[in-house]
Design a protein around this ligand. Sequence first.
Ligand code: AKG
Ligand code: FE2
Length: 360
Amino acid sequence: MLIPHSEIPFLDYSLSQRDKPAFIAQLRDKFINGGFVYLEKGPVPTEVIDKMVDATTKFFALPPEAKDACDMNRVAHFNGYLRKGPAENPTREQFNYGDENITLEEGSPEYHKIHGSTPWPDDALFPGCRAAMAEYYKHLKTLAMEFTGFVSEALGLAPDALDQLLESDVSKRQLRCKLLCYPTCPPSTTGFVPHTDSNFLTYLLQPSEQLGLEFQKPSGEWVGAPPIRGTYIVFVGIVLQKITHGLVKAPLHRVVSPTQGTRYSVGFFQGVSMDTKVAEAAAKFQFPQEVLDMKRAREEREGESTKEYVFTEADHLPAGEVVLNFKLKAHPLVAYKFYPNLFPKFHPDGLPAKYANAVH
Ligand SMILES: O=C(O)CCC(=O)C(=O)O
Ligand SMILES: [Fe+2]
């Protein structure tokens, strides 16, 4: 079942210019009570989005050897092409990129290496790909910074209160764009397993007609989030959930593969600074009673427990280290080639046999 049109949590971005208090009130209500919005009339020019969508479909249509030339295992930064195959990702293909030209300070911790260059497709083979993607990225970065200010106000904080989590040094900000391609599959094939996004906020573009993205309602029922032209779905991630002690909650979602045609999506993932320690950051914020009352009302309605938020051991580590640890587990060959000191901790049995030909 799809979310009925009347229940889609639309948020008109242009309202932020015309009637900011109304915009903030809607954002507050939708984030506290659902954890995502369909952002419409956003500031990114249509031609920038159209070129990005065109580049996305053309990238995945490249011959397999051209995509493999952009393999994620070529760099230390978890950018590049990822073939289908891993358990949580059985059918989809992916291409990640982020800020380039990042220089590391002398003596930086290992986790500062998680952002950096991308193995791009050959420009002769695919003219304009990199430029279109870079232009889109630039606009999303601006949108994300502006939207963060609105989220701050929606939570009852000063507009710049969350900026301290994000740093002015772009190399530490943890921004990444992911192009995703889900091919036709038999009915009910998993495209991406149920999960909550682990970052701060996600801005998702669904440019294809194919359905597939689903959210879990508090009742446990899964409902489809249809693609609507000209909108981004903006989701709360786990880091924002933790920083707000559960005032807003990261929605559980999954993707079911299409049964006809290919589904594409483009996610812009906004993290907090690599050096931010989530538990420490969370201690700095105090939310007004009026906003806490909305959380209480949700908890009562949904039968949630109102227990104090419990932080895990990882919440006391820098956010970049948590991301690196997760990625080193998921990408053994990158760990082996670029993080030799950390490799044994995550792969005590050595490199899995399937990578034997990739190293000498
Ligand atoms: O493809 C989509 O629509 C969503 C993908 C997703 O949830 C993710 O990559 O975290
Ligand atoms: Fe997700």
